[in-house]
Design a binder for this molecule. Structure first.
Ligand code: PEP
Ligand code: MG
Length: 316
């Protein structure tokens, strides 16, 4: 399958019954954008910009960031780039941005909460993204948003910058990583252009299991029916408003999850570059109708083990 997949990697991923799912790449380094395109990625679905910040001894200035982002855009041609604004705190400390010690860093100052304590950093980053994009398709999303209030605080900064920097093809979205956002997706969808589901964190916060826990992390399974129910709510709310939904967590490249996510109506999967050809090929072998029926059945189950057992039976 892998060899066959590689040969047709530049073709779209369309199911047997004609339903297209976009397959994009997750990147932590803009120098890898060319490689992503070479592997058939239809865009970048998650640029983890914090890795660009971590690679510098101090916060990269406007020009340094423009050069970084431009590198990705130049490699992508007219393919879209989804950039996540700085997502530090929790498991990702930044030396030059110390956070006071916290008992529960994953429940503390991280993601957009932390970024909003230094709005000038967020503003410079957004300015650099808009300037690097020029007229190319840029999607900006905010990490770890818990509700519309946080989204609006971040959007206010975006609006300020956008009034000064012309970039005609920009969309604004939020990552769905905190269960509150999935639960309130119908109202959130009024305000955003898209959602991108970060299943790594969404699973952690839904099941209350530290995603890196040495003994428990194996139980942090994104195919848990509780997580899938939140994904279903998110997609339904987005589509009711004409918004698109991606999945950029690791679940997107899990062979058992691909039919379920397709059946739930996810529009885009963003996976590591290496996985792009295979994920596309797996989608081509599905039917949307059968995947929908499968997703329905899976959602009636009670545990991740039951879901995996059913999928094992149905997909082999
Ligand atoms: C996620 O949480 O699923 C995600 C894509 O973000 P990260 O893994 O970088 O926290
Ligand atoms: Mg995350």
């Amino acid at each position: 399958l892998e060899r066959e997949a590689f040969e047709v990697r530049f073709e779209q991923a369309v199911t047997e019954d004609g339903h297209r799912v976009e397959v994009a790449a997750n990147l932590g380094n803009t120098a890898h954008a060319e490689d992503a395109v070479e592997r058939g990625a239809e865009g970048v679905g998650l640029l983890r910009t914090e890795f660009i910040f971590m690679a510098h001894p101090e916060a990269p200035d406007l020009d340094t960031q423009i050069a970084e982002y431009r590198r990705a855009f130049d490699a992508l041609g007219d393919r879209p780039l989804v950039a996540r604004t700085l997502d530090v705190g929790g498991d990702k400390p930044l030396d030059y941005w110390p956070v006071p010690p916290e008992d529960n860093p994953f429940l503390g100052l991280r993601g957009i909460r932390l970024a909003l304590t230094r709005p000038e950093v967020l503003e410079t980053q957004i300015r650099a993204l808009l300037m690097a994009a020029e007229s190319r398709p840029l999607r900006i999303m905010f990490p770890m948003v818990k509700d519309v209030e946080e989204f609006h605080a971040a959007k206010a900064i975006f609006d300020r910058v956008q009034a000064e920097v012309a970039a005609p093809d920009v969309q604004l979205g939020v990552m769905i990583e905190v269960p509150s956002c999935a639960l309130l997706a119908p109202s959130l969808a009024e305000h955003v252009d898209f959602f991108s589901i970060g299943t790594n964190d969404l699973t952690q916060y839904t099941l209350a299991i530290d995603r890196g826990h040495s003994r428990l992390s194996a139980q942090a399974d994104g195919l848990h029916p509780a997580v899938l129910a939140l994904i279903r709510m998110t997609v339904a709310a987005a589509h009711a408003r004409g918004r698109w939904v991606g999945v950029c967590g690791e679940l997107g490249s899990d062979p058992q999850a691909i039919p379920v996510l397709t059946g739930l109506g996810v529009d885009e999967l963003s996976v590591s570059s290496r996985q792009v050809p295979l994920v596309k090929q797996r989608i081509r072998r599905l039917s949307l109708d059968r995947s929908r029926a499968l997703a329905e059945r899976v959602l009636t189950l009670s545990t991740a083990a039951e879901v995996r057992a059913l999928l094992e039976e149905e997909l082999t």
